[in-house]
Design a protein around this ligand. Sequence first.
Ligand code: CTP
Length: 409
Amino acid sequence: MAGKKRVLLIIGGGIAAYKSLELIRRLREREISVRVILTAAGKNFVTPLSASSLSGDKVYEDLFSLTDEADIGHIQLSRDADLVVVAPATADLLAKAAHGLANDLASTVLLATDKKVLVAPTMNVRMWDHPATQRNISTLKADGYLFVGPNAGDMACGEFGSGRMSEPSEILLAIENALSAPAITSLSPGSLKGLKILVTSGPTREPIDPVRYLTNQSSGKQGHAIAAAAAAAGAEVVLVSGPVDIQDPTGVRVIHVETAAQMYDAVHGSLPADVFIGAAAVADWRPETLADTKIKKSAGVVASLALVENKDILASVASAGSKRPKLVIGFAAETTQVLDYGRRKLDSKGCDIIVANDVSAESGVLGGDLNTVHIIQRSGTESWPKMRKSEIASRLVDVIGSFDHGDKK
Ligand code: CTP
């Protein structure tokens, strides 16, 4: 990373604030300087002295402190930073930021800054799930805020669910990604306005009999993140999703399907579109016959299953003649020779971009939150560093936005 980068860290009032002290230490180990704003609520969880000792700088607390204003104003605090990070970001801080409130130093800096803002939310799972919080998050995403977490797990309040702040190592990775991202922010709102984007996501499920099926380990996280990022950037998004355990993204029309054949029909029924993104892990085969009743085993007899190939949805969209979207993007899920197989899929499927990723068991990509991808085009290949799937989605939106889409509707 060229030059010394500077992070302005706002520590809000959450039990996870102690993790932010660890984050300061880790950032400084990486030669990233940290200046801390501690909210009044944050002071209940960590002391200004510990934040100051770790950051090696004064800790800023009050909007109207004369010494602070004489020393350095809130505008200067933001000017001096390359990135503003809010960790922990409480429901209250997110609500203030989403509504443009500015009644303390942290919220005033958030309203005044023109720098990228990365937030690491934490709160009780019910507060996280509340429509008001989800609305605020959609607003902030549309405004260009970057998010890391929250994670699911046991919470300090004794409940289980989504709302735990990401670990310092995850926030650090998100900070490094944000600091190394190109200047055009990944979520410039409206950059995809006027475009219809059709996305597939998740696995498909191919029934064998009434109680059994064939499927794969795709979680749908990457495809859903792309749909969410495209919608946040102003596109009209239709998401055709196989069976997944994650929520439908906000602002997206979702068509739920089970089998590859249903996905094929839903995709072709949703054309025309300006852009197609095939992120689903479509089952390559289905059982040749579907048994009406549960297949019974016979002792000692080796069972076998005859499979027939499913239609290739991506290839069929890419060769849809007048209905072909101008931009067709496919994924290549590989366990070896990722670039080589990825390049071959660009031609065999007839698409414009292949996003190739390593999905071997060691990579942790399937089901995980991180991914390492290579963007393969005929003009060349760009390898992106390991980053969160949501960050990949945002960058992919930038790539889509950089294409000439002719007259948008
Ligand atoms: N795909 C599709 N329909 C299929 C199979 C794959 O639309 N029946 C799409 C996927 O959504 C992805 C791309 O094709 O965008 C590549 O999928 P992948 O599983 O990597 O490759 P396959 O075509 O299945 O080839 P192989 O399994 O031999 O690697």
